[in-house]
Design a protein around this ligand. Structure first.
Ligand code: IFM
Length: 467
C-alpha cells in the first residue's frame, strides 16, 4: 500500500501532475485593455473587508508577464496548468459587447503553455463576476445570470476550443454562495438566506447550461466542475452529533453532489430550508444533472460537526476549535496550517472512496490541494518542509485510492505561486513558488523542488504526465 512512508509514491502511467491558480488572485491588470470591474474589484475597495486592505489590482502581475511563470512550470515538469478566465476581461459588462483584447490575452497564454508542452485546464468562473451583472440584476441571485454565463462560456470556447479541451465550469459553488451571500465575507458581501439558495441553484443551472453549450460545440471537450468537498465528522460519537454531521454533510457536500449527479436536492436539509427555497423550474434538475466528463475535487481539510439546539433550522454547527496563539499550530499532536485548517490527509482517501461508492466511478481530477504556511526566505531558499509533508501525505492517500480502484486522473497543487488569498490578502502563502509582492521576484520553495523531483521520478518510471 502506498501509505508506507519509506516507499516512493507510484501513480498510473497516464496520471497528470499540475498546479492551479485563478485570475483575480494572480493577474493584476485590473482595468487593462478594456477589462470591466469585477465584484472583487469593488469589494476590495471597501475598507476593512480584506486583511491589510489588500487588493488584486497588481497581484502577481501575470496579465503583463505570464512567460516567467510558464518557464517555472516547464522547469517543474508540469503536465498541466489550471487557470481561470476573468469574465469581465471578455465581457466588461458581463454580456453584450465583447472585449477582443481580453480574448487575445488568453489566446496568447494558451499558445505559450502549449509551446512549453503544458496542457491548459480552463476554469470559466472563479468568483470574479462582472460588477455590471451584480449591480444590474443581482448577479447569480437572478436566473438570467446563468444564461449570461452560458453565453460567455460558449464564446470563450469558440475562441480557445481548438486548443483547450479541458473545461471547468465553476469553481467551488459552495464558497461563492456561502461566503459571498450568507456570511458576507467574500464579494459581493451579501448576508441573505433567500439570495443564498438562489445563488446555489443558479450556479448549478449555469454549470448545466454551459456544459450543454460546450458539448454542443465539440463532443471531444472534457467538461466538469470543481467542488470543495470535505468529510464531515461528528465531534462525539453520539446519536445527536452523528445526526448533526449528517446534516453538515448535506450542507457542504450533498447539496452539490446529489443535484449534479442525481438531479435532487438532499433531504432533510432541503425540507428544513423550505422557507428560503429558490424557484426550481421543471427541467432545471435535468439540466443540472446531465452527464459530466469528470468531477474536480478541491480538498484541504475535514470539518467536525456537533448538535446545537439553539441554531435556527439546522440545530447543528461546526465545532469551534480553541483559538490558537498563532495560526500555524499543533493541538494534541494534530497539525493545523496557517489558515487554521486541520491537516487531515486520510480525509481525501475517505472522500474519494465515498465518491466511487455513492456516486459511481466518475473520473476525478484533484483540481486543488495545498497548504498555507508562514514561509520565510533564508539565504535565497524557502525551507517549507511543512508544505512538502502536507503534499506528500495527501499524494500517498490519493495513490492508495487509485490502488483501491478510484478513477483519479490527475492532481493539481494549489497553488503555483503565492497569491491574493481573498479576505486574507497576501499574508497566506500557498505557492510552490514564493512571490515578493514588492519586486515580483519569484523564488522556488523546497516543496516546489520536491514536487519537480517527484514528477521526474514518475516520468522515469514511464509516466507520460499528460491527460
Ligand atoms: O485560494 C483558494 C482558491 O481560490 C479556491 N480554493 C481554496 C483556495 C485556498 O483557500
Amino acid at each position: 500500500m502506498n501509505t508506507d512512508l519509506n516507499k516512493d509514491i507510484v501513480f498510473p502511467a497516464d496520471f497528470t501532475f499540475g498546479t492551479a491558480t485563478s485570475a483575480y488572485q494572480i493577474e493584476g491588470g485590473w482595468n487593462a485593455d478594456g477589462k470591466g470591474p469585477s465584484i472583487w474589484d469593488r469589494f476590495t475597495r471597501s475598507r476593512g473587508k480584506i486583511d491589510g486592505d489588500h487588493n488584486g489590482e497588481v497581484a502577481c502581475n501575470t496579465y503583463h508577464d505570464f512567460q516567467t511563470d510558464i518557464n517555472f512550470m516547464r522547469d517543474l515538469g508540469l503536465g498541466a496548468y489550471r487557470f481561470s478566465i476573468s469574465w469581465p476581461r471578455i465581457f466588461p459588462d458581463g454580456r453584450g459587447a465583447v472585449n477582443q483584447a481580453g480574448l487575445d490575452y488568453y489566446d496568447r497564454l494558451v499558445d505559450a503553455l502549449l509551446a512549453a508542452g503544458i496542457t491548459p485546464f480552463v476554469t470559466l468562473f472563479h468568483w470574479d463576476l462582472p460588477w455590471a451583472l451584480q449591480s444590474d440584476i443581482g448577479g447569480f441571485g437572478d436566473r438570467d445570470c446563468a444564461y449570461y454565463f452560458a453565453d460567455y462560456a460558449e464564446l470563450v470556447a469558440s475562441r480557445l476550443g481548438d486548443r483547450v479541451k479541458h473545461w471547468i465550469t465553476i469553481n467551488e459553488p459552495w464558497v461563492y454562495a456561502t461566503l459571498g451571500h450568507l456570511l458576507g465575507i467574500h464579494a459581493p458581501g451579501r448576508r441573505n438566506p433567500w439570495t443564498y439558495l438562489r445563488v446555489v441553484h443558479h450556479q448549478l443551472l449555469a454549470h448545466g447550461l454551459a456544459t450543454l453549450r460546450l458539448k454542443g460545440q465539440d463532443q471531444e471537450f472534457q467538461v466538469g466542475i470543481s467542488l470543495n468537498l470535505m468529510p464531515v465528522h461528528p465531534v462525539r460519537d453520539t446519536k445527536r452529533d452523528r445526526a448533526a454531521a449528517a446534516l453538515g454533510d448535506q450542507f457542504f457536500n450533498r447539496l452539490y453532489l446529489d443535484s449534479l449527479l442525481y438531479g435532487i436536492y438532499p433531504e432533510p436539509l432541503w425540507k428544513k430550508l423550505r422557507l428560503f427555497h429558490p424557484t426550481v423550474r421543471p427541467g432545471d434538475m435535468q439540466i443540472i444533472s446531465q452527464p459530466m466528463d469528470f468531477m474536480g475535487v478541491n480538498y484541504y481539510t475535514r470539518v467536525l460537526f456537533q448538535n446545537a439546539w439553539y441554531v435556527p433550522f439546522y440545530k447543528a454547527r461546526p465545532a469551534v476549535l480553541p483559538k490558537p496563539a498563532k495560526l500555524e499550530f499543533s493541538l494534541n499532536g494534530t497539525l493545523f496550517t496557517q489558515m487554521g485548517w486541520e491537516v487531515y490527509p486520510a480525509g481525501i482517501m475517505e472522500l474519494l472512496c465515498r465518491l466511487k461508492q455513492e456516486y459511481g466511478n466518475i473520473p476525478i481530477y484533484i483540481t486543488e490541494n495545498g497548504a498555507a504556511y508562514a514561509d520565510k526566505i533564508v539565504a535565497g531558499r524557502v525551507h517549507d518542509t511543512n508544505r512538502q509533508q502536507y503534499l506528500e501525505q495527501h499524494l500517498r492517500q490519493i495513490a492508495a485510492a487509485v490502488e483501491a480502484g478510484v478513477d483519479v486522473r490527475g492532481y493539481f497543487v494549489w497553488s503555483l505561486i503565492d497569491n491574493f488569498e481573498w479576505s486574507f490578502g497576501y499574508d497566506k502563502r500557498f505557492g510552490l513558488i514564493h512571490v515578493d509582492f514588492q519586486s515580483q521576484q519569484r523564488t522556488i520553495k523546497d516543496s516546489g523542488i520536491w514536487f519537480r523531483d517527484l514528477i521526474r521520478r514518475q516520468k522515469g518510471a514511464g509516466n507520460s504526465n499528460a491527460p
